[in-house]
Unconditional design. Sequence first.
Length: 329
Amino acid sequence: MAKDPGKILVTGATGFIGYEVAKQLSQKGYKPRLMVRRPLRGFLLKSLDAELMQGDLGQPKSLKRMLESVDMVIHLGARATFEPYKALRPSIVEGSINLMRAAIEAGAKTFVYGGSLLVYGEQAKPISQQTAAAPTIGYSRAKLEAESILLKMAADAGIRFTSIRLPHTYGVNSLLFNQMQRGTIVFPGKGNNLFAHLHVADAARALIKAAENGTSGISVIADNASCTWNDLFVVTQHYYPRLRVIRVPKWGALAGTGTLDVLYRFTPYWNRFSVGAVKSWTSNLPVEPNTFKDIVGIEPMYPTIEQGIPAALDDCISYYWCHSLEDNH
């Protein structure tokens, strides 16, 4: 079968960032192939000019058909929760390995991985491209392990591999905005720790550029001004005054979430308020300015939260979304 040189596969297309990537690719005329694991969520993608296919990262046989005629892969599909490493490894690590093997067998040329800022753990100084990773929770440990394995597999097979380590990515469909739209958000700690942020539209642009350019390597990007969570809430409340922020002392949050972690072990559900979540949200993780332009080669649409937050709130007016992590069906 002749290969379609422009065919792009997106995994995690019904998730927060994956949906935005799929939408932008569709708008650019790519008609991407979108992997859907849960058919009931496929309706979210029906408005896009795209090819929907059933598949599961945990089922290698389902991936062979998925990769036929594909030249580029943007891999965002995984269990994006702050659970223990053991619970996350099958999805994040083993699922990614299955996908890379299928991509290699199919002759794909480019593989783009959605990495995470959380692999840096806790950093007193702004993170640069030279900052060493130091994961502190199960999620970041699994993300770094997957990234390292994929990098080696791609190098051995001659595939261009890029990992974009994304910061806190926000937008109308994010878990944070889902909570804020309800009028109240419970946040651990004082909220004065610096953190890097990026609007989802820019995150998608970066991932697509990486696929189009065929560049290789591992990079961290963010908007141009890391800020505290308190800064983010102040900007949000300026445009959305009904938002109420309830702060829980870090020690209390850790104690409470530790108890919940134990209880959730006996249920099939994931614990949104976990010890890993508290450690992540209270970490100090700023990123040097201008990484977006330096790495992606274009200016961000939303250089800071001052532009990005009101744009996300505007989207909330006319758009309803059920985040994949809140959909238990």
